[in-house]
Design a protein around this ligand. Sequence first.
Ligand SMILES: *Cc1c(COP(=O)(O)O)cnc(C)c1O
Length: 354
Amino acid sequence: MRPARAIVDLDALRHNYRIAKALHAGRALAVVKANAYGHGAVRCAKALGAEADGFAVAAIEEALALRDGGITAPILLLEGVFEASELAEVEAHDLWMVVHHLEQLQMLEAYAAKKPFNVWLKLNTGMNRAGFAPELARELHDRLLASGKVGKLTLMTHFARADEPDSDATAQQFARFRAGVAGIAAEHSVCNSAAILAWPAVRGHWGRPGIMLYGADPMPLDGGQLRPVMTLESRVIAVREIAAGEPLGYGARFVAERPTRVGLVAMGYADGYPRVVPTGTPVAVDGKPGRIIGRVSMDMLTVDLSGLADAGLGSRVELWGAQVPINAIAAAAGTISYELLCNVKRARLEYRGE
Ligand SMILES: *Cc1c(COP(=O)(O)O)cnc(C)c1O
């Protein structure tokens, strides 16, 4: 069997959830959208099951997959419904939903609800992507409650720059939120992972941690407490010596300066490992620091075994995990850990700690 695999450590996931919840000092919805950032939504939700206060997903398809998987905890639709026909499913499956624009609110008002919905009214405090003006919070709150379609209403916003501790954008967004919701008797939800980690003065009743659950710190500085959940790994499937001056791989992107022992690894961009990373990008070979040389191809990549005398055929190569921080690979690829994790495919997902 091809040795490319992504090992998901569910103990680490639970550990990170506990940190999120303790730091936030309130309830926390575990964000498991996009197949739990590539980790497998049902397996992750089940692993958190007993202790998670609930879950959050991007759309009803993701919520229904969790319900089909036996998850009975609250599930919030972070973007609410996309069309009125989804409301019957939201009702039937007891889902919670965000309302972030007027058409959604009108769909809800027009729906013949059998029981009241749990609605999260989203306010735009500076992201300028989704949500109502905070000045409308009172009026919309009253209008939603008056519709008789809403049993519980939570007020929420989302931060654009919480991962920048030196910017005052988050404090400003929070101040706008507080001003908009002042005097309204409702629970609040404002924090994503970065806000939970970097903004202790900014809290609501419900946290919404995502990336930190998977052990990737969204800040440039590593907090150190989180444990990586995914280990992307494979094995050396062939070894070859190339002489000084010889090229390696597509485009001859690497040319050996000295005799070089090359390990061929079963991992490529079709597994979700980014093609754009340069020579020198870190890997761990049998636990020792190593580096990629040459272009990453679809099914394979090549590593330098020259200084690793004990390494050879069958050596374990970690692409990211406890030894190779995913943030280092994200930096090498010019992206963020989120995108790398969501892109993992083909490599087998295996679970530990169930
Ligand atoms: C995805 C998402 C989150 C989680 O964000 P992280 O940065 O992964 O913690 C929280 N809130 C909303 C509205 C989201 O869409």
